[in-house]
Design a protein around this ligand. Structure first.
Ligand code: ADP
Ligand code: TRP
Length: 332
C-alpha cells in the first residue's frame, strides 16, 4: 500500500523564533524524516502576498524560510519542498473551488472576521483595508491541500478552522461530481509552549521572542534579557520557579537538567544560569546556523531544490486537474 500523503504549508514572513522551532519546525522535521508519510512542505508565497506588498521583502522571506527549514534538517529527498507560486495548477483549482465555497463560511473565517471586528471596534467601515485575498484565504488553502490528495495536514491550532473549511469545500464539490477530492484530516500540533523573555508564551505579537538564527553574540545578549528577580546569587533557588530553567528544559538533556537543578539548590547567580542556558541553546543552533548561512550565501542551492520540488509536484498536479476539469465539463 502506498504511504499516506502528509502536507503542510508555511507562510514566508520574518525569521521564525525559538518557539516556532520547538513547537512546529523541529517536530515536523522529525516526523518527515521518519519516513512514515509521503511528505510535502511548501512555501505559501501567494498567501503572504495578502499582506506583503514589497517585492524585495517577499523575495527575501521566501529564501529565508526555505533556508531555515533546510538548515533545521529538512531532507528534500524525503520531503518534497516547493513554492506554491511555482504550481499554477493550484491557482486554476483555486478558481474552481471558489465556485463551491459558501460565502457565508468565508464570512466566518477567523482572520477575516477578526479584521472586520477590529474595524467595527474602531468605528471604521467594516471592510476597511481588507483585500479579497484575505477573504479568499481559506479557499486558496483548500486548493493547496486538495490538488495533491493530502491525507494529513499538520497545523497549529489557529489553522484547524481552515482545514474544516477545506473539507466543506471538498464535500460541496464531491456532492456534484462524485468522490474526486479527498477529505484531509488536520493534525493539530500539541506539546508544551516555549516561554519568551518575559515568561509569557514566546510570540512575535508579544515582542518577547528570540529569532532562530542571529549571530552568537546577539543570542547571548537576548538571553541576558530574560526577566529575573533580585534573589542574591548564593540563595538556594527552586528550578521549577525559574523562567531560565523552563527554557533550559527544551534544549538540555536529562543529565544536564539534573546538574543545573543541583546548582540551583546550592545557589547560583542568574548571570551564571543564563550562561548555562546560552550554552545549550547555542550548541543546538550553531551547526544549523552555519548551514543557514551557507544556503543564504548561495541561493542557487535553494533555487535548485525548489525547482526539483516543483517539477515533481506539477506532474501530480496536472493529472489531478485533468480529472477535475473533465468532471466539471470544461474539458473532454
Ligand atoms: P507567533 O505567536 O509568534 O505569531 P505563529 O502563530 O506564527 O507564532 O506560530 C506558528 C506555529 O509555531 C504555531 O502554530 C505553533 O505550532 C508554533 N509556536 C508558536 N509559538 C510557540 C511557542 N512559544 N512554543 C511552542 N510552539 C510555538
Ligand atoms: N495558513 C497557514 C499558516 O498561516 C499556511 C498555509 C497555507 C497552509 N496553505 C496551507 C498550511 C495548506 C497547511 C496547508 O500557517
Amino acid at each position: 500500500m502506498s504511504k499516506k500523503i502528509c502536507l503542510t504549508g508555511v507562510k514566508p514572513t520574518e525569521m521564525p523564533h525559538l518557539g516556532n522551532y520547538i513547537g512546529a519546525i523541529k517536530p515536523a522535521i522529525e516526523m518527515s524524516n521518519n519516513g512514515e508519510y509521503d511528505g510535502y512542505l511548501f512555501i505559501a508565497d501567494y498567501h503572504s502576498l495578502i499582506g506583503v506588498h514589497k517585492g524585495n521583502d517577499l523575495r527575501d522571506y521566501i529564501y529565508e524560510v526555505a533556508a531555515v527549514w533546510l538548515a533545521c534538517g529538512l531532507d528534500p529527498e524525503k520531503t518534497t519542498l516547493y513554492k506554491q507560486s511555482d504550481i499554477p495548477e493550484i491557482l486554476e483549482l483555486n478558481w474552481i473551488l471558489n465556485c463551491f465555497s459558501s460565502k457565508g463560511i468565508l464570512n466566518r473565517a477567523h482572520a477575516y472576521k477578526a479584521k472586520v471586528a477590529d474595524n467595527e471596534e474602531h468605528g471604521r467601515d467594516q471592510d476597511y483595508g481588507i483585500n479579497a485575498g484575505l477573504y479568499n484565504y481559506p479557499t486558496l488553502m483548500a486548493a493547496d491541500i486538495l490538488f495533491i490528495d493530502s491525507d494529513i495536514v499538520p497545523v497549529g491550532e489557529d489553522q484547524i478552522q481552515h482545514i474544516e473549511i477545506t473539507r466543506d469545500i471538498a464535500n460541496a464539490f464531491n456532492h456534484h461530481y462524485g468522490d474526486i477530492l479527498k477529505l484531509p484530516e488536520a493534525k493539530a500540533r500539541e506539546g508544551a509552549l516555549l516561554p519568551g523573555l518575559d515568561g509569557r508564551k514566546m510570540s512575535k505579537s508579544y515582542h518577547n521572542h528570540i529569532p532562530l538564527f542571529i549571530p552568537e553574540k546577539k543570542l547571548k545578549k537576548m538571553i541576558n534579557k530574560i526577566t529575573t528577580d533580585s534573589t542574591p546569587p548564593e540563595a538556594p533557588k527552586d528550578p521549577n520557579e525559574s523562567l531560565i530553567f523552563d527554557i533550559y528544559k527544551f534544549f538540555a538533556t536529562k543529565e544536564e537538567q539534573e546538574a543545573l537543578a543541583k546548582r540551583y539548590q546550592e545557589g547560583i547567580g542568574w548571570g551564571h544560569a543564563k550562561l548555562e542556558l546560552f550554552d545549550v541553546v547555542n550548541a543546538e543552533l550553531a551547526p544549523m546556523r552555519e548551514r543557514y548561512d551557507l544556503y543564504m550565501s548561495d541561493k542557487s542551492l535553494i533555487d535548485k531544490i525548489l525547482e526539483d520540488g516543483a517539477q515533481k509536484v506539477r506532474e501530480k498536479a496536472s493529472a489531478k486537474l485533468k480529472t477535475i476539469k473533465q468532471a466539471i465539463g470544461v474539458s473532454n
